[in-house]
Each structure stands twice: as C-alpha cells, then as structure tokens.
Design a protein around this ligand. Structure first.
Ligand code: C2E
Ligand code: CA
Ligand code: CA
Length: 757
C-alpha cells in the first residue's frame, strides 16, 4: 500500500501561506454575493458552523470565474442541513466541508453520507479544519474519494481558488464522462455486463474494450490470470488470457515468458500491490480473488489525468467482484466437467465433446478407446489410495503424452480413461509399448498395464454414449480373454450383450415366479448289463414363448450374476425330493447326480443348506453325487478345501464333470477329492473311429483306476460307442442311446417299463 497513493491525497507538504486574506475583520466582509447572470454556474456548497468562515470564503470567491463559468455558493451551518441541501439540490460540484461541527467528526460522517447514502460520486469534497493536526485517516480519504484536505489557515485566497479550480475540473471531467456515456456510466454499465459473462476470456475481452472506451484510446491491453483451479493461487504463473493491440502477440503465453518487459514489470508490481498501479501511460488493475490471481494491464499511450486515474480506481473496484464471479463460474464448470485429480475432462465433458464432433461431420475414420488399468484395485489396496491417486495422475499424463494433443482424452471412471480421435494416434501397440516403462510413484516402481477396448466411430453408432458402450463391450471381451490387452468392437458383441441382458431379465422373473423352470432326469446305466444305476438332474428352462433355452446359455449368466445360488439350491431340493419319492414308491435305490456350479461352492452357506436339504428329504448323503467341473480344482484355496472336506465328511460323493476338457486335468485330480470321473462327451463322440480319442479315454480310465476312482462316459449316442467303451473297460455310461433327459413323470414311466415293474 505504499508507493501508489491515489491522486486525491495531498502529496506535498503544505506550503507557507502567501496571502492570508481569508480571515478579514468583520467590517471588511462583503455580503454573500449574489451571482448575477442567468448562465451556467458551478454550484459549490460550503458547510461550516462558523459564520466568519462563510463570509470570508464568499469574499475570497467573489467574482471568480472558473473555466468560463461563475460560481453559485450554497451554504449550510451543520452536517444535517448540508445533507438536506445535497438531497434536494442537483448539480453540486464541490463541497467545502468543515470537519468539526456539531460533533468532532460531523464532517467526516457527512462524507460517508454523501458517498454511500446519497450516492453522489462525482461531487468533489474539500475538507477544511481549523485544528491543524486533526487530519482524517488516510484511508478515509481514499475510501470516500476526498479531493483535498486543508487546514483553514492554509487556505489563502490563492490556495482556495487553486484547490477549488482543481476540484471543479475534476468534477467537470467526471460529469463529462457521465454525460458522454464514458466514465462512470460506462463503468456502471460495464460492471453489469461484466457480471453477466460466464467465462474469463469473455470477461477479459470485454474489459479491454471498455478500458479503451474509458480512456478514449485504442485498446492496448492484456488480461492475465492464473490457472482456474490451482492449489496455490499466488504462486502460480499468470497466463495472458486475452490481449489486444500491441500486447496481442502475448496471447495465451505465460506473462513471464511473453518477452514483453513492460507487461512483465507491470504485472509483477500489480501482483505485489494488489491494487491499481499507474506507471506513466501504463495502468495495471488488480482483479484477483481469493482463489485466483488476475491482472489487467493497459497502455493508454499517453500520461493519464487525475480524473482518469480516479475513474480507473472506481472501475477496478466495481469490476473486481465481476472477475471473482467469472472465476466462480469457471470453477463450478471445472468441477462439473473435469476430474479434479487428473485435471482431465470427465465423462460428461467427454461425451459432450465427442457428440459435438459426431454431429459436425460424422468422421467415420475416428475411433474411441477405453483404457483401463489392469489390476488397479490391487495396487490401490496394497499401497493405499494416495499411491493409487498418484498412479492415476501418472497414467493420465502418460496416455496424453502417448496419444498426443489431437486426441480428446478423459477420465471416465475410477481407473478408466477414454480417448477419441484418429486411429493412427490411438494405436494399441504404441500405447502398450508406452506402458512398458514402470511408473515411479511414492518410491515404488510400478509396472502397469492398460487394457484397451476400441470401437470405430460410425458403424451404426450415433452418439458418444453408444460408442462408449461398445468400447466397453470390447474391453470386457479383452478382460475375459485373459492375456489379451486390447480388443476391437464387433457387431456380434453387441447382439450378444443385448440378448444376454434380455435373457437375464427373463431368468430373474423365471426364478421369482418359478415360471418355466423344471428339472429333467437322465439315466446313468451299466452299459454291459443295462442296469440303471443313477440319474443326473438337468435344469430346463422354457421361455415365455415356449422355446427351450439351453442351460449352456443361461447357466453362465446366472453364475455371473450370482443367481445360480438360488437356482442351484432349487434344483438340489427338487432332485432330493424326487429321490425320496422314488424310495417311498420302491422304484429303486437310484443315485442322484446334481450339477453344482463353482460359484455355489464359493458361498459359505452352501454346506449348511445342503445338510438341511438332505435332512428334510430324508435321503442318505452317500446317494448324492455333486458334479463339479475341473475348474473348481484350479481355485484351490483354504476355504474351498474346508468346504469340500465338510461335504465329504457328510458322506456326499463328488464327480469331476467334463473330464479332459479343463486345464491340466491330471494335476487337478490330485488336488480334488473325487469319487467319479465323467469323461467328456467330446472324447466319446469319436471313440469308435479315432484311435487318438481312444487313447485319451484309455489313459483317463487307467488314471482313474490307479486312484480308485470310478469312470463314467458321457454322451453315448450309439451302439458302436458303447462297444468301444466296453472294450476299453468303461462300463458306466450316460447318453441318448440309453435315455434322454426326461421330465420326472416320464422318467418314472420309463423306469417302471424298463425294470419290468
Ligand atoms: P453336463 O453336466 O455335461 O450335462 C450333460 C449334458 O449333455 C446335458 O445337456 C445333456 O442333455 C447332454 N447329453 C446327455 N446325453 C447326451 C448325448 O448322448 N449326446 C449329446 N449330444 N448330449 C447329451 P444340457 O442338459 O443341455 O446341460 C448342459 C450343461 O448345463 C450341463 O452339462 C451342465 O454343465 C449345465 N447344467 C445343466 N443343469 C444344471 C444345473 O442344474 N446346475 C448347473 N450348475 N449346471 C447345469
Ligand atoms: Ca453334469
Ligand atoms: Ca458333462
């Protein structure tokens, strides 16, 4: 607040009084002059509680002519009276105001009334006081725009006239500015306008235009501001957000790097002073807010007058809140459309930007990609969120650096980034290569892979949302394929998904309303004797239009959504009820095989529920075989082994389903408890013709025997297959050749007929 005192504050020490005419003897004083002619006169209000001062002043000012016009002297004897006059009388140019009147600060209080209550801003105020040393606070002078301050003894006639002349000229200029639609009214209007704009660029450009108008000169200016959302406003570098005239070359550059010495100096000074700084023809206005530093620099090309300086002060105050306003809007905008962590656009912004491009010229050659970080949650869990955040920022940066500035890039969810642009820029191989180098985050060197789902624009996609959906499908495809790190969307993916969603929806209803679901039973026989040993329960679902939906389609879906737990439990209960029914009717002691999904085995409740169901149906556990696939063995972990052990302890038997198709079957067999191996029907199909399939089947049988495990061949459809299997020593069989899966009633009838009961 030091070197830039406003023009209204007296700068030099009071001079020695030269012609002390003011305080004349009573008789020398003339009457208050009546100002003659009917032309325009400057209206001056003299406020003083001392009649002598009134007379002396009137005397000193008689016949005075300022810039071609005489004076009209109005008088008040108290602040209260002055207030009345000021409210009533228009066009008062100057108030000569006594400080000490009815109260020691009545004059100062009146100043506040004039400026703030009555709102007379062009009116010039000259404070006078009889007591030297009783000076108003400097900041009161600044605050209330007081023109001059003099002790009465200083106000010699010459001095009084000089002071009054300066004040009247200032008033005239302010008024002229108002009349000419520049100056104050311009300021007022500008302030209103500037409050309406929503972007800092629009604000800056309007501001520079108005400054030119205000100073009646070409617009040579630059508005510089810190980044919209910065942690430390005062430390950030200011960027030229809008520039005109001779500063135009600095547009968009950092001030310090603009190479413009005038601009750099002016901005530095203004940032330090945080107020209006006038340096010769160059004025700098402070526009900053709590959160964002901002400065407007303007070169008027000539020295600025006092009035102009004052106007600039008024201008700066009235618009500074405007910039804060704009800043607020931009910040709101930022948080609505940007991810504050990576400072990349967010999903909403990405969608809007891409939609704009799609609407504009439908560039079929573009593509959209979603990149997600492989196993990001593991890193997050292991190293903490701060580390995860830092990694996300680094990944965002690396992606940006890899794909270049032409590509639109956004963070669309937790660990997923989206990119849109030319396929030559969004190249899966280039991106994969870019991620080979580790990330150094909080002292950890992290190897990170990104997985890409890519979709070409066009290709039936009308919007960013559709493209994102398709890219996501492709991403899922890549995710499911395990080792694959990128996948390009194809039509088939979306059809599959559409069907899948509808299917899930219907399956939910089927489960909830027990609609269309049934369990069918397929016999398992001794191929040599034809004796029925057991039965496999197979789930059937008939859709709303009577169509049969294969369990191979809906079971995986039910597994992915967890619905398999309910569904499987229901199958189990149905099957156990059948068993007890057959027993009660003496239809034979058939073993029941029920397919159990690995998902069911992951649930803690499975064991208890099964135990309860067995008790309810009152059938021996040993007659129940749970068919599980080899993949269960793959996820061998402690909880699963305990569960399997608990089931075995209950007496339940296990069959390994589809044996031979899984990974490293033989190895798994050592890990999994099994009583029965079901040779997959793919080996059975050609067992009569293909020696290699025969070899596979033979080795499975050998292996099973060596472990004391039973073997069943699935999918036996004809006599030849049956014979081949019998030759290899596999008697236990299941397949259409012996019996297709049947409803419970049909199976009952089939069993009765077969057993000749
Ligand atoms: P899976 O356990 O291997 O069941 C045997 C499948 O082979 C059944 O198909 C059956 O109808 C079929 N099949 C039986 N004999 C022959 C034959 O001679 N030739 C041919 N080509 N096929 C034969 P389905 O019923 O369509 O079941 C398919 C798969 O769905 C089952 O394979 C099983 O993995 C699963 N699944 C069926 N029901 C359930 C269930 O209740 N729970 C669970 N988790 N999965 C089930
Ligand atoms: Ca099975
Ligand atoms: Ca099977």
């Amino acid at each position: 607040m030091s070197g830039d005192t406003p023009a209204s504050v007296p700068e030099e020490a009071p001079e020695v009084a030269d012609d002390p005419l003011l305080f004349l003897e009573e008789d020398e004083l003339p009457d208050i002059p009546a100002y003659s002619d009917g032309g325009f006169r400057w209206r001056v209000l003299m406020v003083d509680d001392d009649d002598e001062v009134h007379r002396a002043t009137a005397f000193a000012l008689r016949g005075i002519d300022i810039d071609g016009c005489g004076l009209e002297l109005l008088t008040a004897r108290s602040a209260a009276e002055a207030r009345q006059i000021l409210m009533r009388e228009p066009g008062i140019a100057v108030v000569l105001l006594d400080v000490v009147m009815e109260t020691p600060d009545a004059g100062l209080a009146l100043v506040q009334t004039i400026r703030e209550e009555i709102g007379l801003n062009t009116l010039r105020i000259v404070l006078r006081t009889g007591q030297p040393g009783y000076a108003p606070e400097l900041d009161a002078i600044r605050r209330f725009d007081i023109n001059d301050y003099r002790t009465k003894s200083e106000l010699t006639q010459t001095r009084l006239i000089t002071t009054l002349t300066a004040a009247i000229r200032a008033y005239a200029q302010l008024e002229a500015a108002v009349v000419n639609n520049r100056g104050l009214s311009l300021i007022v209007r500008s302030a209103t306008e500037l409050f309406r704009v929503r972007s800092s660029h629009a604000f800056a450009s309007m501001l520079l235009e108005r400054l030119g108008q205000l100073l009646s000169c070409p617009s040579n200016g630059a508005v510089c501001a810190g980044d919209s959302v910065d942690d430390d406003a005062s430390a950030s570098m200011l960027r030229v957000i809008c520039a005109t005239g001779r500063f135009a070359g600095s547009q968009e550059r950092y001030v310090e790097q603009s190479g413009d010495g005038t601009l750099i100096r002016a901005v530095r000074r203004c940032r330090a002073a945080r107020t209006v700084v006038v340096d010769g023809p160059v004025v700098t206005l402070w526009l900053g807010s709590m959160t964002r530093d901002a400065v407007a620099c303007f070169d008027a090309g000539r020295m600025l007058s006092d009035v102009e300086r004052r106007l600039l002060n008024v201008f700066a105050t009235s618009i500074s809140a405007g910039f804060e306003n704009v800043d607020l809007f931009e910040r709101l905008d930022f948080f609505a459309f940007f991810d504050p962590l990576t400072r990349l656009p967010n999903r909403a912004r990405f969608v809007a930007d891409v939609d704009k491009i799609l609407l504009a010229d439908r560039p079929a050659a573009h593509c959209l990609a979603i990149a997600d970080i492989v196993r990001f949650s593991d890193i997050n869990d292991a190293l903490g969120h701060r580390c995860g955040d830092a990694l996300l920022m680094a990944v965002g940066k690396r992606l940006r650096a890899t794909v270049g500035v032409q590509v639109i890039i956004a963070r669309i969810s937790g660990d997923a980034f989206a990119m849109y642009g030319d396929p030559t820029h969004i190249d899966a191989d280039v991106i994969r290569h870019a991620f080979e180098a580790p990330f150094f985050v909080h002292g950890h060197a992290l190897s990170v892979q990104v997985r890409l789902g890519i979709v070409r624009a066009g290709d039936g996609h009308d919007s960013a949302a559709e493209l994102l959906r398709s890219a996501n499908l492709a991403l899922n495809e890549a995710r499911q394929a395990g080792g694959v790190t990128s996948s390009v969307f194809t039509r088939a993916m979306s059809e599959e998904v559409r069907d899948r969603v509808a299917l899930l929806h219907n399956l939910r209803a089927a489960i909830d309303f027990r609609r269309g679901l049934a369990v069918h039973y397929q016999p398992q026989v001794n191929g040599r004797t034809g004796e029925v040993l057991g039965v496999e329960a197979l789930l059937r679902w008939r859709g709303d239009y009577g169509e049969m939906i294969s369990p191979e389609r809906f079971v995986p879906l039910a597994e992915r959504t967890g619905m398999i737990n309910e569904l499987g439990q229901w199958v189990l209960e149905e099957a156990l009820e059948r068993m007890s029914d057959w027993r009660s009717r003496g239809l034979g002691m058939l073993r029941m095989s029920v397919n159990i999904s690995p998902v069911q085995l992951r649930s803690d409740e499975f064991v208890d529920r099964l135990r309860a169901s067995l008790q309810l149906a009152d059938v021996p556990a040993v007659d129940l075989t749970l068919e599980i696939t080899e993949s269960v063995g793959l996820e061998a972990h402690e909880a699963l082994s305990t569960r399997l052990a608990a089931l075995r302890a209950m007496g339940v038997r296990f069959a390994i389903d589809d044996f031979g198709t899984g990974f490293s079957s033989l190895q798994q067999l050592t890990r999994m408890p099994a009583d029965l191996i079901k040779i997959d029907r793919s080996f059975v199909a050609d067992v009569a013709r293909s020696s290699s399939d025969r070899a596979v089947v033979a080795s499975i049988i050998m292996l099973a025997r060596s472990r004391g495990v039973e073997v069943l061949a699935e999918g036996v459809e004809n006599e030849a297959q049956k014979h081949a299997l019998l030759e290899l020593g596999c008697d236990y069989m299941q397949g259409f050749y012996f019996g297709k899966p049947m409803t419970a009633e049909t199976f009952d009838a089939w069993l009765v007929e077969r057993n000749g009961l």
